[in-house]
Design a protein around this ligand. Structure first.
Ligand code: 2BA
Length: 108
């Protein structure tokens, strides 16, 4: 068994949850925040059989778009001049996916 951690854009989270659930997967949604942009994103926990991992990845990649985001300058937060004094554009997503081995899973 595997545990998939998938970090997706908030704008894609509803459709990803619906699609995975529709396809028979059990998912848990966590509200999370990216450390770099400091904006909200969604982390899914999906426990599934080893041979279903690729199917989960396909569903996630189907519904997660790549986006450009502006990382605002620190000057805009009143922190003065720093290395980040000019806004920079970064490409975000579609999704960052980690696959972990699961030793045991029980519903007690
Ligand atoms: P954030 O940390 O807010 O990062 C947003 C985007 O900013 C990243 O997009 C990447 O394009 C850029 N970025 C992140 N850290 C950077 C840095 N130190 N220098 C320059 N640019 C940087 P994604 O790679 O698509 O990541 C989207 C979100 O996924 C991240 O939000 C974070 O919440 C999560 N994530 C991505 N990789 C991760 C990892 N290795 N471990 C844990 N979380 C990760």
């Amino acid at each position: 068994m595997k545990l998939i951690l998938a970090i997706v854009n908030n704008e894609d989270s509803a459709i990803v949850a619906s699609a995975l659930t529709h396809d028979g997967f059990t998912v848990t949604k966590l509200s999370t925040t990216g450390g770099f942009l400091q904006v909200g994103n969604t982390t899914f926990l999906i426990g599934t059989d080893d041979d279903k991992v690729q199917e989960v990845k396909s569903v996630i990649s189907k519904y997660c778009a790549t986006r450009k985001r502006v990382n605002p300058s620190t000057a805009s937060f009143g922190k003065g001049i720093s290395n980040n004094s000019v806004p920079t554009e970064v490409v975000v997503g579609g999704a960052t996916v980690f696959v972990l081995g699961v030793e045991d899973c029980e519903k007690l």
